[in-house]
Design a protein around this ligand. Structure first.
Ligand code: NAD
Length: 403
């Protein structure tokens, strides 16, 4: 993702939301950009922490370890986090971090050293009330625990709320492992009530953390999951897949395609199946202007980040397909991160039922706020989501006298 795409996006949303130059400039400009060079085993790795906006609360966003991480991308991802926390209506802002590294080329000890070096470089600009990182691509709960540990060593006090996505034993929250999928399911159920959709056939693209848990949770709620896929391909059984068996097949053989009681389909075919609900949970840019016209689902739940291109979006809207956009549909993860931070700050830990109940309340309330704007609006649901998020950030800026 390039930052130029954010500028284009803001120019477009700015016109719809009637933003003036000062407002646009504020949204385009990250508040702080921090950079460092980290050294491990004689090699140097560029590292970044971008703090986009904190008008609504401390900066919040993951740290990515990937060979293609660069400042431009981290800036773009930090911007999206400001929009996502505003959409989820949690009192946090937006930030993102990263290290340009291929973690697969490092030993576990070197990854730990690199993670601790990241904290040494940035500990003065992060903190439980300042900027709260989290996991992202190729960063794990274990890395989050090292980061907490290193931060506490450097500041000389207990500070579990400096980072989220920690293992339970290191101050993590229950339910975080399924939070993204569960949040999406809550939003989907609410949306189906609004549009009066009772048909419950589902196709899920991707069978990792987001997709597998979505399939499992939907099946438990009486949905008929007829198709799923992973990087090796897809499978279809119109009578429904046995998700328990499927999870077993995936863990034993490495792919859902080895499930016996289904016909094989391609990932492209999965997107065009005659189902009520389509859940893209793998890659970006899979629903495009070329295939959007063939999407038969009534609702698309974007658990993946950016699965629908803007050209596709217009086609889906004109075909009356309701797209629940990523910054709402997959915001369950950041919402439970927020709950983790609350529990850390209070030093009081909630049981799983409490986390689920509070997640449901937050997701439904976030959805309702957008739905109220959307009904009667000439723009699609995604555009209304973006406009509302941008307005929330600007309202907070104005209330603080910074705009
Ligand atoms: P994951 O690595 O656990 O799973 C990814 C899945 O996608 C795997 O099953 C993989 O086989 C499949 N896949 C890879 N290439 C594919 C292809 N070409 N066609 C079809 N499937 C393919 O990742 P995840 O955590 O489930 O994340 C999936 C998406 O959800 C990403 O876009 C991610 O940014 C987004 N997301 C995840 C979370 C979360 O909490 N896990 C939160 C927000 C957004």
């Amino acid at each position: 993702m390039e930052y130029a795409s954010i500028i284009n996006f803001l120019e477009k949303i700015g016109k719809i939301a009637n933003l003036d130059e000062a407002e646009l400039e504020l949204l385009k400009t990250p508040q702080h950009i921090h950079q460092a060079e980290l050294e491990v085993s004689g090699k140097k790795y560029p590292a970044f922490r971008v703090q986009h906006n904190n008008a609504r609360g401390p900066f919040k966003g993951g740290i990515r370890f990937h060979p293609e991480v660069n400042l431009d991308e981290v800036k773009a991802l930090a911007f999206w986090m400001s929009l996502k926390t505003a959409t989820a209506d949690i009192p946090l802002g937006g930030g993102k971090g990263g290290i340009t590294v291929n973690p697969k080329e490092l030993s576990k000890e070197e990854i730990e050293e690199l993670s601790r070096a990241y904290v040494k470089a940035f500990y003065k600009v992060i903190g439980p009330q300042v900027d709260i990182p989290a996991p992202d691509v190729y960063t794990t709960p274990e890395i989050m625990a090292w980061i907490r540990d290193e931060y506490e060593k450097l500041v000389g006090e207990k500070a579990p709320g400096v980072i989220t996505g920690k293992p339970i034993e290191a101050g993590g929250s229950l339910v975080r492992d399924i939070a993204t999928a569960l949040g999406g399911v809550y939003v989907l159920e609410e949306a189906m009530k609004k549009i009066g959709l009772s048909e419950k056939t589902v196709a899920v693209q991707g069978f990792g953390n987001a997709g597998m848990n979505a399939a499992k949770l939907l099946a438990e709620r009486g949905f008929n999951v007829v198709a799923v896929s992973d990087s090796k391909g897809g499978i279809l059984n119109n009578n429904g897949l046995n998700i328990g068996e499927l999870i077993k097949t995936k863990s034993e053989t490495g792919s859902v395609v080895n499930y016996s009681d289904a016909e094989k389909i391609s990932n492209a075919e999965l997107l065009e199946l005659d189902v009520a609900v389509l859940v893209p949970s793998a890659l970006a840019n899979v629903i495009t202007a070329e295939n959007a016209g063939n999407v038969k689902a009534k609702v698309v739940v974007e658990l993946a980040n950016g699965p629908t291109t803007s050209g596709a979006d217009e086609i889906l809207h004109s075909n009356n397909v309701l797209v629940l956009p990523d910054i709402l549909a997959n915001a369950g993860g950041v919402t439970v991160s927020y709950f983790e931070w609350l529990q850390n700050n209070e030093d009081y830990y909630w049981d799983a039922e409490t986390v689920k109940t509070k997640l449901k309340e937050k997701m439904i309330s976030a959805f309702e706020q957008i739905w109220q704007k959307y009904s009667g609006s000439e723009h699609d649901f995604r555009t209304n989501t973006y406009v509302l998020a941008v307005k929330k950030i600007l309202d907070a800026e104005r209330a603080r006298g910074r705009l």
